[in-house]
Design a binder for this molecule. Structure first.
Ligand SMILES: Nc1ncnc2c1ncn2[C@@H]1O[C@H](COP(=O)(O)OP(=O)(O)OP(=O)(O)O)[C@@H](O)[C@H]1O
Length: 813
């Protein structure tokens, strides 16, 4: 193992930042080629490990963004990272369950969310936009269909009314490549079936799930014929009956919904027959909606099975592997969405690295020569800008009255964004470019290269409306999964649902919000060749990716700047052992400790820089002034952001992020507010039934006894603590109350500590009470002290347990 590790170092350079000719693209490519030929293609474990260690030491959230074009190896890389975490992270028993489930959720998600495309035999089609598959030509549909047919047990197939041959199903036979040598559906079925059993799927879940999968296949086989009036009819009702049985819907109701449409007039509903074309549209829309929502259900189900009940630390590492940039001979609405997504992720990367890094050097006052890079914001705006971007123009075209077509959409684009430097159509292109663009096409100059999109189908796919009539049928389904996917409440909303393009844009923006709040790490996957051949290094293709991924610019920024940057505190904590002055403890300001440490190690002045940080840090305890202003703003922001992820989640959680000196007052106020909120939330959550119970005075309280038997107050299990607290109040002045201790054993014992200096009081009181949460909460509210609760790990010990023993003895005597 060690030998293999040193071998890695001997082939070219492992880290491109160390490349001598770091501005030369050819040197970059040479290094890639050398390492590729020796099969040294990954640095992944280092990135995963680094993210994990930083998360542990700095208690912050991270994400690893894996990018690259379709088929470049993103999914494979993400699996390697998961395996790495699975092997290296410390495990408790319940974490192990979560880990197994996490690893096994992969084949399930791939079966339902991946398909073969021209670029990749196992291409991820995940995301909000995964329901596009049924229109793909020249490829396979989602793997699960083939796996079920090939590997499903005879009995299961008979129950579902399915035959083994995929060619019998229209949704599977369009692509003419149901059999694919690189894919073993039978084996994959076994893997997926095994995974289902580990990730909490019941028999009932699976019956419903496969009922849906089979129904989609049957739906695809429904044929329409034109009746004498020119409307669609379904002469062979065989499939309809099967679907009716599998989805628990009435077959005739389904038949009507597939051939008719409900139109709501002011006071009544009119049922209109559909043409052949519209019926086929309704059928496909139903198949997509049923499959799409079932996939979302599946993801939610897997997510809830992964919830780690042991989860006490609150930091996370997110792993994002999403469909990659796609260019086919013919590109449609789906490629438009996928490429827009990649454009946004590239934008995030630019914002967080090239731009942010240079801005940081400037802010820190570190000498710096700006590096030019292509900022793709201009392309993102072209696609998404409100009222002006392509998605808005498409939406307008979808809802405007009058005859809107894909061609009228193209004309509208020419009118509104025709002058944009990254947009072109046949009409707008010069004589040379004209030949390569069709009449129905537009071209976008993406960061990754130009892509020509055919507008055919854009309007229909953007609308993707599931007729209300069909929605009603699905809402009444007896299939338990569909019941969860199609809620009756949806029918009550009369507003037009957002278009597919807008939904896609919105979900991307929420995804980016999640990513922006975390510390980033990036993995760039480069595809070696287009022919899926081993060991083939296609120079031209790789050079193109190096260019558009901006790798040379990233390298120059990293080289010109400082590849390793840490906060003073973290740096000192990590390396203090290297210098006798800082080891084992440095008592001065961390920034000065760092300076002492680096001088001791002997770094040359040009090898490191101390950011402006330092002046602000030195003056951190002075009133706000120009010298510390930036620093204090930074510290404030940092603390608040960090605190947001570490606020206590219940009234007994006493943890609180230690504030920097300047924020102590603010932190105390926030802490009080937070506790008040938690208490209020808790009280609101108490049911009326429980409240009533608290009011029943079930124990006889012997006032005299309390006086004579100091420290001993025993409540029966049904203690009406409100009454008792009122009685405690007669004996204990609340200001004298010092604290409350409970054990972590759910034994109902709590000790109320009284100030020993207060002679008027009778000493600590030991209580046993069934509703300990309520009792403690109420007490906290009464005394208006949020900080008094102490949960003792294990049983109550020392004086408390002695008192307890005495108290219990007294109770039984
Ligand atoms: N290191 C590797 N060695 C050999 N084959 C690989 C390697 N990495 C990936 N592959 C294969 O290449 C194909 C594409 O990989 P992968 O599915 O990870 O690509 P992707 O970037 O996630 O694509 P998409 O964006 O289409 O989902 C897969 O068949 C995978 O098995």
């Amino acid at each position: 193992m060690e030998g293999a590790l040193t071998a890695r170092d001997k082939v070219g350079v492992q880290d491109f930042v160390l490349l001598d000719a770091y501005t030369s693209e050819s040197a970059f490519l040479d290094n890639l080629r050398k390492r590729f030929s020796e099969n040294l293609i990954y640095v992944i474990y280092a990135i995963a490990d680094n993210a994990y260690r930083m998360m542990c030491s700095e208690l912050n959230n991270h994400f690893i963004l894996i990018s690259g074009e379709s088929g470049a190896g993103k999914t494979e890389a993400s699996k390697k990272i998961l395996q790495y975490f699975a092997v290296t992270c410390p495990m408790t028993e319940s974490l192990q369950i979560a880990r197994d489930r996490l690893l096994l959720s992969n084949p399930v998600l791939e079966a339902f969310g991946n398909a073969k495309t021209l670029r990749n035999d196992n291409s991820s089609r995940f995301g909000k936009y995964m329901d596009i598959q049924f229109d793909f030509k020249g490829e396979r549909n989602f793997h699960i269909f083939y796996q079920l047919l090939e590997g499903g047990e005879e009995e299961l197939l008979a129950y579902l009314g399915l035959e083994r041959d995929p060619q019998l199903y229209k949704y599977l036979s369009q692509g003419h490549c149901a059999k694919e040598s690189s894919i073993n559906d039978k084996n994959d079925w076994k893997t997926v079936s095994n995974a289902f059993s580990v990730i909490d799927f019941t028999e009932d879940d699976l019956e419903n799930l496969f009922g849906i999968i089979a129904s989609v296949l049957h739906l695809g086989n429904i044929c329409f014929e034109e009746n004498q009036q020119g409307w669609a009819s379904i002469p062979d009702t065989h499939e309809i009956k099967r679907i009716g049985k599998l989805l628990g819907v009435h077959p005739w109701v389904l038949l009507e919904a597939l051939t008719h449409r409900k139109i709501e007039a002011k006071t009544e509903e009119v049922i209109c027959p559909l043409t052949l074309e519209l019926s086929a549209y309704a059928r496909d829309a139903m198949a997509k909606a049923v499959y799409g929502r079932t996939f979302t259900w599946l993801v939610n189900k897997i997510n809830s099975s992964l919830v780690n009940k042991d989860f006490t630390g609150k930091t996370v590492i997110g792993l994002l592997d999403i469909y990659g940039f796609e260019v086919f001979d013919k590109n449609g609405f789906e490629q438009f969405c996928i490429n827009y997504c990649n454009e946004k992720l590239q934008q995030l990367l630019i914002e967080r690295t090239l731009k942010a890094e240079q801005a940081e050097y400037e802010m820190e006052g570190i000498e710096w020569e700006p590096i030019q890079y292509f900022n793709n914001k201009i392309i993102c705006d072209l696609v998404e800008e409100r009222h002006k971007g392509i998605i808005s123009i498409l939406d307008e075209e979808c809802i405007r009255p009058g005859p809107a077509t894909d061609l009228s959409f193209l004309e509208r684009l020419e009118e509104k964004v025709g002058k944009h430097a990254h947009f072109q159509t046949r009409k707008l292109a010069g004589p040379k470019g004209r030949k390569r663009i069709g009449w129905m096409e537009f071209r976008l100059f993406h960061y990754a290269g130009e892509v020509t999109y055919c507008t055919e189908g854009f309007l229909e796919k953007n609308n993707d409306l599931l007729y209300r009539h069909l929605k009603e049928v699905l809402c009444r389904s007896k299939n338990r999964i569909l019941k969860e996917c199609f809620r009756v409440a949806e029918l009550e909303n009369r507003r037009r649902p957002p278009t597919v393009g807008t939904q896609f844009k919105n979900s991307l923006s929420s995804l980016l919000e999640i990513l922006i709040s975390k510390e980033p790490s990036y993995i760039r996957c480069i595809k070696p060749n287009e022919s899926k051949e081993p060991s083939k290094f296609d120079d031209f293709l790789i050079r193109h990716q190096v260019k558009y991924l901006g790798l040379m610019e990233h390298l120059r920024v990293r080289r010109a700047g400082f590849a390793y940057r840490r906060k003073y505190e973290h740096f000192l904590q990590r390396y203090k052992s290297l210098c006798p002055d800082t080891w084992p403890h440095w008592h001065g300001p961390p920034a000065e400790g760092v300076e002492r440490l680096i001088k001791y190690i002997g770094y040359e002045p040009e090898e490191y820089k101390l950011g402006r940080f330092i002046k602000g840090f030195i003056n951190r305890n002075k009133p706000l002034c120009p010298d510390n202003e930036e620093f204090i703003v930074f510290v404030r922001k940092n603390y608040i952001l960090n605190l947001r992820d570490h606020v206590p989640k219940n009234v007994l959680d006493k943890s609180w992020l230690r504030p920097p000196g300047i924020l102590e007052n603010a932190s105390n106020l926030l802490r009080k507010m937070c506790m008040r909120n938690l208490v209020r939330k808790y009280c609101r959550g108490i049911t009326a039934e429980r409240k009533a119970l608290y009011g029943i005075p079930v124990i006889k309280y012997d006032r005299k006894g309390f006086k004579t038997r100091q420290r001993q107050l025993i409540l029966t299990p049904k203690a009406a603590y409100v009454v008792e607290l009122a009685k405690i109040k007669q004996k204990i002045e609340y200001p004298a109350l010092k604290g409350v201790s409970t054990s972590s054993f759910s034994d109902g014992i709590l000790v109320i500590h009284i100030s020993p200096e207060d002679n008027k009081q009778k000493g600590d009181a030991v209580l046993q009470c069934k509703h300990i949460f309520e009792a403690v909460t109420k007490l906290v509210m009464l005394v208006k002290k949020e900080n008094i609760v102490n949960v003792v790990q294990g049983s109550l010990s020392t004086s408390a347990s002695t008192m307890l023993a005495a108290a219990l003895l007294t109770a039984s005597s």
